[in-house]
Design a protein around this ligand. Sequence first.
Ligand SMILES: [Zn+2]
Length: 280
Amino acid sequence: MIEDSRKVTTNPASRQERPHDDRGASPDGGDVCSGGLLPRLSHMVGRRVPFRTASLALDQPILSITFDDFPQSAFELGARILDDHGVRGTFYAASGLFGLTDSRWTVAGADKVADLHERGHEIGLHSHAHKPANRMWPAAFVADLAANRAALRRIVPGLTRENYAYPYGLCGLMQKKHLAGTVRSCRSVQTGVNAGRVDLDFVKAVEISARALTEANLERWLDAAEAARGWLVLFTHDVCDSPSIYGTTPRVVERVVARALERRFAILPVDAALDRAGIA
Ligand SMILES: [Zn+2]
């Protein structure tokens, strides 16, 4: 049921699809490819096989702003910009990365997760070890997801049926099937606007970064979401004046929020977006 984003009209920057681009900080600090033949096949098949779908019928386009990993700067600047506009975002936390520093950024610690939750932002799952799902045996994947969930629930006791984002955007057939039975949605890094029938375990998203969504092409993405009456999910990592290639500047985040509000988008965390869309 998943169309290749290169073929849909809701993707004004389709050539920029890069399903392996969520290269956040990892415990070993290295970038990750999709692996050998079996993991690659598992991802390729997994992303095309929906285990549950929902039909989006919105009377107002929705924008969700999400942060992966998430670096300290996303907490300090990204969340603050959203707060200043009275809107909230989703922060996908890989609990095994808390407080770790690599050449790109320092990941925020557990105290920041609690703080964001208290301020009304959503805390999502992003694995514990931040390994690609398709490169873990299913049992190891299940255990890692459980560790992530347990760690976040210790920090935020009220969490239930969290939303999830695939590290590096990589899924895996069996891993995706497991997720379909235990989380509310799974966000991919497949570029596009979510409209019509949506695979809830491979929600499309557009990266806010110099190589994807920028101040210059923001309006085209908003146009696409509006025309499709769809749900545009954005993701980024660090938010600072000199961001990594996986991040963006406060100016761009500010612009995204301001323009979406001016254009009467509902800016909602992922869980609230699903509520708004009537998806259980
Ligand atoms: Zn990540």
